[in-house]
Write a protein that binds this ligand. Structure first.
Ligand code: NAD
Length: 359
C-alpha cells in the first residue's frame, strides 16, 4: 500500500511523542512492505510563531489530501488563554476542515500499569471500553450570548447528526462484543430525548444483533468508576463525551497511555492523536509517555488504511513492550528505573520486529 500521512507534531511534548509514533509507523511500512510518505506541517502555537495563523492554509491542504493525519498536541503558556489567536483554534479548525464527527477513545488498561491507576486492580480486570463521542455538534457549537448579568449556550442536535455517530458506534459494537450503551440526560433535556429516540430507531432498523441500553450520564459516570468492565461501546453527545472520556483516562493509569481517532464520512482522512495535551511542565525533559501517540498509529492503520493485521501487530508490540517493563515515569513503579520517551520507541519497534518474525 502507498499512503500519504500528514504529520502535525504541534507544541510542547507533541513533537517528542509523535517522533516515536512516526518511527513505529515507518517500521510497520518496512516490515509489511508498505510505502508510507510522512509529510510534516505546523499547527497550533508553532504555526502562530511561524505564520501568525494556528492553522495555515498549507496545513489544511496537506491534511485534506492525505490518507490520514497524525497529530501530537497543541498549546502552552506562551500563547495564553486571553490571546486573540490561540493554538487550540488550530485544532478545532482542523476537526471542522476534516469534518470528523465521531471521536473514538478506547481504554484497555494493561495489567502492567494497573498500579498507576487510583482504581483497585480487581475493578480494572477485563476492562475494554470504547467511548464514541459526537465531536462537531451540541452545546460546544451552539450560539453563545453574554449580556449584563446573564449568559446563554444553545445546545442543538439534528436527527442526522445523531444518526451518523450512532451508526459509527453500532458498527464498532458489531465488530466487538455487540453491546452499545447510549448515554444521555433524557429525564431533563429535550436534545437528549431526541438522541434517545433516534438511537433506538437506528439500532432497531439497521443493527438487529446489537444489544442497546440507555443510561443517564450521571449514573454512567458512577458505573464507569464502579464497574468499568460492564461496558463495551458507549456513544454520547459532545459535552457528556468530553467529561466521560477524561474519566476513562484514569482507567489507563496515565493520560499519556490513551490514543484517539476522529472519523468523518467513509473515505475522508481520519485524525489520530493521543488524548493528552502539550504538557508544558515536562516538555523537553525526555520523560513524556509516547504510548498514547503510538496507540494512535494502531488506530490509524485500522480505521484509515484498513490494515488490521498491522494494527493488531502494533497493539501486540505495545503490550509486549509494557510487559518487558518499558515504562515512563508516570506509570513506572517508584522503585524501578523509568524509561525515556525514546527508549519506549526503541522497545516498541523491537517488539514489532519480533512479532513479525514469529508470525
Ligand atoms: P496536559 O494533558 O497537557 O497535562 C496534564 C498533566 O498530565 C500534566 O501534569 C502533564 O505533565 C501530564 N501528561 C500529559 N501528557 C503526558 C504524557 N504523554 N506523559 C506523561 N505525562 C503527561 O493538560 P493541561 O496541562 O491541562 O494542558 C496543557 C496545554 O495543552 C494547554 O495549553 C491545553 O490547552 C493544551 N491541550 C491540548 C490538547 C490537544 O492538543 N489535543 C488537549 C488538552 C490540552
Amino acid at each position: 500500500m502507498r499512503a500519504l500521512i500528514a504529520l502535525l507534531p504541534g507544541d510542547g511534548i507533541g513533537p517528542e511523542v509523535t517522533a516515536q509514533a512516526a518511527r513505529v509507523l515507518t517500521a510497520v511500512g518496512e516490515l509489511y512492505g508498505h510505502s508510507f510518505a510522512l509529510r510534516e506541517a505546523p499547527v497550533g502555537g508553532i504555526a502562530i510563531d511561524q505564520t501568525g495563523d494556528p492553522l495555515p492554509a498549507e496545513t489544511v491542504a496537506l491534511c485534506q489530501a492525505a490518507d490520514a493525519v497524525l497529530l501530537g498536541a497543541v498549546g502552552g503558556p506562551r500563547w495564553g488563554p486571553s490571546a486573540l489567536v490561540r493554538p487550540e483554534q488550530g485544532l478545532l479548525g482542523l476537526r471542522r476542515a476534516l469534518a470528523v464527527f465521531a471521536n473514538l477513545r478506547p481504554a484497555v488498561p494493561h495489567p502492567r500499569v494497573a498500579a498507576a491507576s487510583p482504581l483497585k486492580p480487581a475493578v480494572l480486570r477485563g476492562v475494554d471500553v470504547l467511548i464514541v463521542r459526537e465531536l462537531t455538534g451540541g452545546i460546544y457549537f451552539g450560539e453563545k450570548r453574554r449580556e449584563a448579568g446573564w449568559a446563554e449556550d444553545l445546545c442543538t442536535y439534528t436527527e442526522e447528526e445523531i444518526a451518523r455517530v450512532v451508526r459509527v458506534a453500532a458498527r464498532l459494537a458489531q465488530s466487538r462484543r455487540g453491546r452499545l450503551t447510549s448515554v444521555d440526560k433524557a429525564n431533563v433535556l429535550e436534545t437528549s430525548r431526541l438522541w434517545r429516540e433516534v438511537t433506538t430507531r437506528v439500532v432497531r432498523e439497521e443493527f438487529r444483533g446489537i444489544e442497546l441500553e440507555h443510561q443517564l450520564v450521571d449514573s454512567c459516570a458512577l458505573r464507569l468508576v464502579q464497574q468499568p468492565a460492564a461496558f463495551d461501546v458507549i456513544v454520547t453527545e459532545n459535552l457528556f463525551g468530553d467529561i466521560l472520556t477524561d474519566l476513562t483516562a484514569v482507567l489507563g493509569g496515565s493520560i499519556g497511555m490513551l490514543p484517539s481517532a476522529s472519523l468523518g464520512e467513509e473515505g475522508g482522512p481520519g485524525l489520530y492523536e493521543p488524548v493528552h495535551g502539550s504538557a508544558p511542565d515536562i516538555a523537553g525533559t525526555g520523560v513524556a509517555n509516547p504510548y498514547g501517540a503510538i496507540g494512535s498509529v494502531a488506530l490509524l492503520l485500522r480505521h484509515s488504511l484498513h490494515l488490521e493485521v498491522e494494527a493488531t501487530a502494533v497493539e501486540a508490540a505495545i503490550a509486549a513492550a509494557l510487559e518487558s517493563g518499558a515504562l515512563t515515569v508516570d506509570v513506572a513503579d517508584p522503585d524501578d528505573r523509568a524509561c525515556s520517551t525514546g527508549e519506549i520507541g526503541d522497545a516498541v519497534v523491537a517488539a514489532l520486529s519480533l512479532h513479525k518474525e514469529t508470525r
